[in-house]
Design a protein around this ligand. Structure first.
Ligand SMILES: Cc1ncc(COP(=O)(O)O)c(C=O)c1O
Length: 390
């Protein structure tokens, strides 16, 4: 019998193919290519985290956990949120998930009905748009302008609210992937005014909260009156080097967290039990361990920013946070074309278009890579670009 129907849903067919996956695969298969592509840290978790995980596996921590998360972890997270983020929540207001990625998806599932609008930063983290689309929601880009340091402005957010009644969620991400921008308190307060005016819920993605080199990280939920209209997303993937443990968490209004917990059994049920005890060990580490890592990343950041800005054809803001440089390119090529050109010359990076329509004309270089590799990559970029001016 010839096959007559497609087994693939329209929902799947309409998802973007994530060029980043293809580019990074080529880089992985060719060890001579230096990858400035990765969105994950290059260090291993602290030995005490690994030891704890091994010990707990030996002790039989191989079973399911409660869907909301293990109670000792929820309590430790309450303390962390209060001390570090100025967010006061009870354990009922937290859910532990398989990375913050799952938490964002659960958060959207709990709040968005088909056709409702979610405002997303553009350029912004590449998962926001597909997550909204998978739920038949409507992602509405808030354009972030290079000239304005890729900051949200009250005016920009207002302009994007094309249908106030249907606009439910605004996603903000500071420190930002891919732009490296850190929103200051004033910017956040301006956003707060708009969300109150339009009665919008904020999803504050703070995956890079520890990677701040200039200024201070301010959690949106810590602003006056914002606790009740903010769901905050955090992760152990970045600062603790634990992306493969798949553990993150969301905190926010009890009604929304409860709805997320209700859905959780139908997605992954729970974050791995062993990861939850490893996360407790990570919380016990103290700030010094994280600070040492951030200092190392800061040296790479300064180097990469200085070198790339000095090459004709690149123009960039000095990143204030996360671990990415997001230069504007002027080589007579589109972002993707330029990345393919660099890939052939031994350097992998990510086209700005992966992060939204307004990412055209930019590329993302990650400095979550050893310094000597970054230095070598810069040499190759310089040489490649010199070919263009010949
Ligand atoms: C801005 C941002 N949010 C969320 C995530 C998801 O990370 P995880 O699911 O590992 O916590 C990432 C990963 O790169 C990210 O860059």
């Amino acid at each position: 019998m010839p096959k007559v129907k497609s087994y693939i849903s329209e929902r799947e067919s309409e998802l973007p193919g994530a060029t980043i996956v293809k580019l990074l695969k080529i880089a992985e298969e060719n060890p001579e290519i230096i990858s400035l592509g990765p969105g994950e840290p290059d260090f291993e978790p602290h030995p005490s985290i690994i030891e704890k995980a091994k010990e707990m596996l030996d002790r039989g921590y191989t079973h399911y956990s409660p869907s909301q998360g293990r109670s000792e972890l929820l309590e430790a997270l309450c303390r962390k949120l209060e001390k570090k983020n100025g967010i006061n929540v009870s354990p009922e207001q937290i859910i532990v998930t398989c990375g913050s990625q799952e938490a964002i998806f659960l958060g959207l599932m709990a709040t968005i009905d088909p056709g409702e609008h979610v405002l997303i930063p553009d350029p912004g983290f590449l998962a926001y748009r597909p997550c909204v689309e998978l739920l038949n929601g409507s992602p509405v880009p808030v354009k972030l302008e290079f000239e304005n340091g890729f900051r949200f402005t009250a005016e920009g957010v207002r302009r994007s609210i094309v249908n106030p009644r249907r606009t439910i969620v605004l996603i903000i991400n500071t420190p930002s992937n891919p732009t490296g921008t850190v929103f200051d308190r004033k910017t956040l307060e301006e956003i707060a005014d708009v969300v109150v005016e339009h009665d919008i819920l904020v999803f504050s993605d703070e995956a890079y909260e520890d990677f701040v080199y200039r200024g201070r990280h301010v959690s949106f939920a810590s602003l006056n009156g914002m606790e009740e209209r903010t769901v905050t997303f955090h992760t152990f993937s970045k600062a603790y080097g634990m992306p493969g443990f798949r553990i993150g968490y969301a905190s926010g209004p009890e009604e929304i967290i409860k709805a997320m917990v209700k859905i959780h059994p139908y997605t992954t049920l729970c974050s791995p039990t062993v990861s939850q005890v490893a996360a407790l060990a990570a919380l016990e580490l103290g700030d010094d361990e994280v600070r040492k890592i951030v200092e190392r990343y800061d040296r790479r950041r300064k180097y990469l920013y200085r070198e790339i800005s000095s090459i004709d054809g690149f123009e960039c803001h000095e990143p204030e946070g996360a671990f990415y440089l997001f230069p504007k390119i002027d080589f007579g090529m589109k972002s993707l074309e330029f990345c393919e050109f660099l890939l052939k010359r031994g350097v992998a990076c990510v086209p700005g278009t992966e992060f939204g329509h307004h990412g055209e004309g930019f590329v993302r270089f990650s400095y979550a890579t050893r310094m000597e590799l970054i230095e070598k990559a810069v040499e190759r970029i310089e040489k490649a670009v010199a070919e263009l001016s010949r």
